[in-house]
Each structure stands twice: as C-alpha cells, then as structure tokens.
Design a protein around this ligand. Structure first.
Ligand code: ATR
Length: 292
C-alpha cells in the first residue's frame, strides 16, 4: 500500500463512525451499549465514540456530522431540542416530542428520530407483559422524558393519561404541544390521581442518587397497577421500593436506556441487536450496581 492510500486520521471513509453528542457526555453509557453490540455482531470498521459538545457549538456540530465522517449519532442532554431544530427531517416520534435522540444518515439526508418512547414501551412490555393499557396511566413530571413517555403511551393506545407536575403551566404546554387530551393534575392533588390507574410512571429525577425521593402516597393505587421509574441509579428507587413492598408489579428504568438504543444500532449497522442479560450486567457493573 502506498503511503498516499494509507488511511489517515482525517480519511475516515472506510469507517462507520457513530458518536454520542452531549455536554457533559462522560456519564453516557451509549458507547458501552453500542460497542458491546458491535463486538457481538462482529461489525467491521465500526467506531462509536463520545463527543463532548458545549451548547454554543451544538448546532454547528450537528449540521457538520457528514464532514467529520459520521453516519449516525445519538444526542443526549442538553442537545435533544437543538438537534430537533438543527436537522429538518424528523420521524413521527421526534415530531411529536420535539426532540431528537438518534440521528441517521439516509439516502435523503440526515433524519432526526426519537427512540426514547420506544425504549420506554419495550421495557414496560418486557418487565410487565400483563400491563393493562385500557386503564388510566399516571405520569409524574413534564420535562423531556415525560414528553417521550406520553407520546409513546398515546401511540400505544392509552387514551386516558393523567399528568402530575409541580409546575402546572408546563403540563399544559406539553398537552398543547403534543395535541393530546391529558388530564392535568395539580401537584397538591397528586395522590388523588392514583385510584383506578393501571400504570404509574415517574419521569422526574426525584429518587435519583443524591436527589430527594418522590413524595407520593401510594395507598390509593390499585395493587395491580404497574409502577415504573425512568431513574435507574439506584435501580430500585424509593418509589419502586414502596410499590414493591405493597405488592405492585414494578419495572426499573435501566431497560428503557438499553431498548432505546436498539433502533439506532439497527439503522446504522443493518442488524437488529438484542437487549440481553449480559448487556444489562455490563451496564450495571459500570454503574457499580447489582440486580436487586
Ligand atoms: P428531563 O428532560 O430529563 O425530563 P427536565 O426537563 O429538567 O428533565 O424535567 C424535570 C422534571 O422533574 C420536571 O417535570 C420538573 O418539574 P417542574 O416542571 O416543576 O420543574 C420535575 N422536578 C424536578 N425536581 C422536582 C422537585 N423537587 N419536585 C417536583 N418536581 C420536580
């Protein structure tokens, strides 16, 4: 091979490069997940890396992925909304949620997708296959994660959604943006939203290591209702612990993280990967946690 044709760091055409873009990005487990699948499927010349991008450079970076040789990307906090604005083509979920977590280079150009809701539903179905979608779902929180969860539940056919948030205005904005008829519940009345529900979801960071727990009284909740949390550090949050103690089925949040990665990997590398116990253990070990 002549020196001229040897691959240099700037000639990356032979590589299938993908990255996760965030700020900070060090905490992201996406490289662990995708590199596990890359190795498992023996995908050659594939590289998945972290790209730390400050907010003032986010738009330019997102629009310049081609020039850097990327064929895809994940987008994490705080750039999901910027990605939605910077990339004009969206899939249905990204349009609903108005945020993008997965970028795919297609024949028609870059497309922004949102797979967070898919990850939520896949995790719920795996952890609680008997979950009753004909009963009301109660969602706590009205941030980005809540948008994805609500859009996915709605697409799944759940048409009675009660939304509890500390700031009522944010719930109302979410309902308006998504065009979904939600029942907006004031924070003070949160316990009263539980009777009759088939599902309770915490989408806030309350209960995360270092945060205060979600203060909610579960006594009005049916024991058949599934309780799930998007927080996965700790794996069993105080909410899940309380629900489990009274006999409710619970689903921890780690599976959402794992499942949301599946559609991106499939789009970039043409293989649908699986969420296996080995992958779950890999991430749990990295988080310094054990199965409960
Ligand atoms: P994300 O995009 O990860 O969902 P976010 O947009 O910051 O994060 O949303 C955080 C959610 O947690 C919000 O619903 C927030 O409530 P407000 O809309 O009132 O801010 C909720 N939240 C955070 N800390 C809270 C607390 N101490 N008590 C009640 N709700 C809290």
């Amino acid at each position: 091979m002549s020196e001229k044709s040897a691959r240099t760091p700037t000639d990356r055409t032979a590589e299938r490069r993908v990255c996760v873009i965030g700020w900070p990005v060090d905490h992201s487990r996406s490289p662990l997940i995708h590199n596990h699948w890359i190795a498992e499927h023996g995908i050659e010349n594939a590289v998945y890396e972290k790209l730390a991008v400050p907010p003032e450079e986010a738009e330019e970076t997102l629009q310049g992925l081609d020039a850097r040789g990327f064929i895809g990307a994940n987008v994490t906090v705080p750039h999901k909304e910027t990605a939605f604005a910077a990339i004009p083509r969206h899939d249905k979920m990204a349009s609903r949620v108005r945020a993008v977590n997965t970028l795919v280079k297609t024949d028609e150009g870059w497309e922004g997708r949102n797979t967070d809701g898919y990850g939520f539903i896949a995790n719920l179905k795996e952890g609680a296959p008997d979950w009753q979608k004909n009963k009301p779902a109660v969602i706590v929180g009205a941030g980005g994660a809540s948008r994805a969860v609500i859009a996915a539940l709605w697409e799944e056919g759940v048409n009675d959604i009660r939304l509890i948030n500390r700031t009522r205005l944010k719930s109302e904005k979410l309902a308006g943006d998504q065009g979904i008829p939600l029942l907006v519940v004031d924070w003070e009345n949160r316990n009263q939203a539980l009777p009759g529900a088939g599902l309770l979801v915490n989408t806030t960071s309350l209960g995360m290591k270092g945060s205060e727990p979600l203060d909610i009284d579960l006594s009005g909740l049916s024991k058949e209702a599934v309780v799930t949390d998007i927080v996965y550090t700790p794996l069993i949050t105080p909410l899940l612990e309380a629900a489990r103690a009274r006999g409710n089925p619970i689903v921890d949040g780690l599976g959402m993280l794992l499942h949301q990665a599946v559609p991106g990997f499939e789009a970039w590398f043409g293989v649908r990967p699986e969420v296996t116990p080995a992958l779950r253990k890999l991430i749990l070990d990295d988080l310094g946690q054990k199965e409960d």
